[in-house]
Design a protein around this ligand. Structure first.
Ligand code: RRO
Length: 314
C-alpha cells in the first residue's frame, strides 16, 4: 500500500491536502472541522488588522466549471486568528498549520500585521497573501514587482519566523522570471500558486446579468476553469525558485488526478478551494482515496518518487 505522507518545511504530514485560504476557515468552528478532517493540514482565512464584514452579497457563486467571488476580505481580525494560532500551537504542537495574513489598507498594514505576529508567541508558518483581487480600488501587491520587493525588504528587517507568499497567476514567461527574481532574494519558505484568476466576469443566461454584486460583477475565478493556469504557475515557479523555497499548488483540484498533476509540477502541498466549498470537508476523504488509487495504478510507493518529474516532449 503506497503512502501519501509528505514532508513540508520540516514536518511530515499524512497527506498533502489543505483547504485554500478563504474556504471553510473563517472561525474556530470551521477551523476545528478542518483540523479533524482527512486533510493533512489547513490554513486560516486571510486576516486584516481589524475585522471586516467584506463586500455586499451576493459575493460568491458556484458555477458549473468553478466559482466566482468578490468576498472583499471578510474576516474576524488579526487578533482572533493569532489567538487561535497561539492556543492551537500550544495544544497540538505536532500538527502544524498555516496562518494567512493580508492587508486591506496596503503596504503599511502588511508591515504592521507581520510585526504583530513577530511580537506574538506564534512561531509557526505564515502565508502572506499578496494577491487578493477583490479590494475595490486597490491593485494586487504581487502584480507590482518593485513594491513586492520593497515590502519583503521591509518585513525581513524584523521578521525572523518562517513565512511564504500567496501569489496571483502570471501569464507571461517574463513575469515568471521577474517574480522569481524578486522572491529568490529572500529567505522565503514557500510560495503558493495560485490565488483566483482576478476580475473575471460571469453572465447568467436567463437574466442577462452578472451573478455577484460587488465591482459590477467582476470577481476572482476558481475551480476547473483555472487548472491549466495553476499548473503552469506551479511548474514555472518551481523551475525558477531557489530549491529551498517550496511550492504549494492551488487551483482546479477536483479529483485525485488533479492533485497528482500539481505534484508532478513540483508542488509539496496542494490546496482545495472551490471544490471544498462545493462538497464540504468530506472532499478530503474522496481526494486522498483518489490520489492513493493513482499511485497504486502507476506503481508508486510514495509522492517523492514522482514529485516534480513532469515529462516534456523534447
Ligand atoms: O476575500 C476575498 O475576496 C478573496 C481573497 Br482575500 C483572496 O485572496 N482571493 C479571493 O479569491 N478572494
Amino acid at each position: 500500500m503506497p503512502t501519501l505522507e509528505t514532508t513540508f518545511y520540516g514536518h511530515t504530514y499524512d497527506n498533502p491536502f489543505m483547504n485554500a485560504s478563504g474556504v471553510h476557515c473563517m472561525d474556530v468552528t470551521e477551523l476545528d472541522e478542518l483540523a479533524s478532517s482527512a486533510a493533512g493540514s489547513f490554513v486560516t482565512k486571510s486576516a486584516t488588522a481589524d475585522g471586516r464584514k467584506g463586500n455586499p452579497e451576493p459575493r460568491y457563486v458556484n458555477l458549473d466549471l468553478g466559482s466566482i467571488n468578490s468576498m472583499g476580505l471578510p474576516n474576524l481580525g488579526l487578533d482572533y486568528y493569532l489567538n487561535y494560532a497561539i492556543l492551537r500551537q500550544k495544544s497540538q504542537p505536532d500538527a502544524p498549520f498555516v496562518m494567512s495574513v493580508a492587508s486591506y489598507q496596503g503596504f503599511d498594514e502588511y508591515v504592521d500585521n507581520m510585526r504583530q505576529i513577530q511580537d506574538s508567541a506564534y512561531t509557526g508558518l505564515v502565508e502572506l497573501n499578496l494577491s487578493c483581487p477583490n479590494v475595490p480600488g486597490k491593485p494586487q501587491m504581487a502584480y507590482d514587482f518593485e513594491d513586492t520587493k520593497r515590502l519583503l525588504t521591509e518585513i525581513f528587517k524584523f521578521y525572523t519566523k518562517p513565512f511564504g507568499v500567496k501569489l496571483p497567476p502570471y501569464f507571461d514567461m517574463q513575469h515568471f522570471d521577474k517574480i522569481a527574481n524578486v522572491l529568490n532574494q529572500f529567505d522565503l519558505k514557500f510560495v503558493n500558486c495560485i490565488n483566483s484568476i482576478g476580475n473575471g466576469l460571469y453572465i447568467d443566461e436567463t437574466t442577462d446579468t452578472v451573478v455577484i454584486k460587488p465591482k459590477g460583477g467582476f470577481g476572482g475565478i476558481g475551480g476547473e476553469y483555472v487548472k491549466p493556469t495553476a499548473l503552469a504557475n506551479v511548474r514555472a515557479l518551481k523551475q525558477r525558485l531557489n530549491p529551498t523555497i517550496e511550492v504549494i499548488g492551488t487551483g482546479g483540484i477536483l479529483t485525485g488526478r488533479d492533485a497528482y498533476e500539481h505534484l508532478l509540477c513540483g508542488a509539496s502541498m496542494v490546496q482545495v478551494g472551490t471544490q471544498l466549498q462545493k462538497e464540504g470537508v468530506h472532499v478530503f476523504e474522496r481526494l486522498t482515496a483518489e490520489l492513493l488509487a493513482v499511485l497504486e495504478e502507476k506503481g508508486y510507493q510514495s509522492i517523492a518518487e514522482f514529485k516534480g518529474k513532469l515529462g516534456t516532449l523534447d
